[in-house]
Design a protein around this ligand. Sequence first.
Ligand code: SAM
Length: 398
Amino acid sequence: MAYQFSLADVGYLAGPAGADALNLAAALAVTDATLLADLTAARRFAGGHAAAVVETVRLRRRAVGKLGERAAGWLLTDEALQQASPWPVARHRADRLVAAGVHDVTCSIGTDLAALNAAGHSPLLGSDLDPVRLAMAAFNLPGVPLVRADALAPVSRKLVVYADPARRSDGRRITSVSTVPSVAELDAAYPDRPPVLRLPPGIDYDDLDRPGEVEIVSLDGAAREAVLWPDAFAAGGVRRRASVLASDGTGWQITDLDGDGDDGTAAGAIDEWIVDPDPAVVRAHLVRHYAARHGLHQLDPHLAYLTGTAPPAGTRAFRVLDVAPYAEKTVAQWVRRDGVGTLEIKQRGTPVIPDELRRRLRKAMSKDTRTAATLVIARIGDAATAYWCRADPPAGAG
Ligand SMILES: C[S@@+](CC[C@H](N)C(=O)[O-])C[C@H]1O[C@@H](n2cnc3c(N)ncnc32)[C@H](O)[C@@H]1O
C-alpha cells in the first residue's frame, strides 16, 4: 500500500530540514530491490521522516515523466499523481479556457492549477477537501491562493469554475454518478456558471445530456479525458470534438462540424489499407467525419475500422495482404507461411480474445521475432472476417 502522508510530514518536507533530507535522499537508488536499504540509510539523516522522504523521492522521479521537470521538486501522494492530468493534456485544456479568472474547486496537489497559471489565467483560486493535498499544493504553487472548501459550497462568486472530480472505484460502467462529487451535484451548486468538467474518457456523455461541447482528448494514442465545456465555451456550435495530442507537441482536432458526417461515406469493401482511428475520434463518435476527411470508408457501418487506398499521413496503418472468413486454421496457415514470430492481434465486434488466440497460435509461430504481422478480425455483417496485414510502422517501432 502507498505511504499515507500526514500534515506533519508535509510541514517537515516543506521546511529547511526536509529540503536537506530530500537533497541527500536524491542520491539513493529507490528501487523495489533497494527500498529497505534506502529506508535504513534515510533514517540516519531524516529520523522518523525517512519513509516520507524516500516516498517523495520515488514519486518525484515518476512525476517528471508525467508532468515534466517542473514536478522534480513537488510534494505529491501516489494517488494524487495517478489522478493528475499529464502536462500536455492539462496545458491543452488551460489554453482552450479563454476565461481570465478560474477557480479550480478540486485542485488536489495543483497540477491543473499549475497549467492554468502557465497559460496566464489570473486571478486563480484553488480549493479541495483534503488538507494534506492542499498543503502540498501550497508548497508546489507558491503565490496561488488556496482554501479548504467543499466544491459543493461555493467560496468564489465570479470566477469560472473548473472541476476534476474524483472517480468512484466501484461499478464498471462510467455514468453521470461515477464521480465524487457527481456532475448533477456540481451543476446544482453553480446554477449561474456551469463548471468546466474534466471526466473519465469513457464517460457515457450522451447520458449526461448537458448543454455545450464534449471534447475527448488523447495523448500518444491513449484517450485521457472527456472535458464538458458549457455553452459559453463551446465555440461555433461544436457539440463534439476529438483532440489528438502527442508528447512531441504535435496534434490535430476534428469536430462534428467537419467532414460530411453521416452522408456519403457508406461502408464498403476492403481496400489496400485498414486504418484504426485514434481512440479520441472513436469516443467522440467522429469516425465518419474522420473517414470523410481522409477519403476512407468503414468496413462495416457498426465498426470503427476504416479502409482506403492510402492512410492519413503520419498515421499507423495496416497494409492488407490476405482476407478470409475468420478461422483459426487459416490464421495458423498464414503465420507458418510467412514465418511470423511477432503477431499483433486486433479485433472489433467478435468474441475473440487476442491474448488467448496468440497463445493457441504459439506452435505455428517462428522463433524469429523480427518477422511481424498484424491480424485484424472484424465482424462484417453477421460473420467474423480475418485480415492479414503488415503494419506501417511495425508494432513497437517508434
Ligand atoms: C481527480 S482529483 C483532482 C486532480 C487535480 N485536478 C490535479 O490537477 O491534480 C479529485 C480531487 O477532488 C477532491 N474532492 C473530492 N470531493 C470533493 C469535494 N466535495 N470538494 C472538494 N474537493 C473534493 C479530492 O480530494 C481530490 O483531490
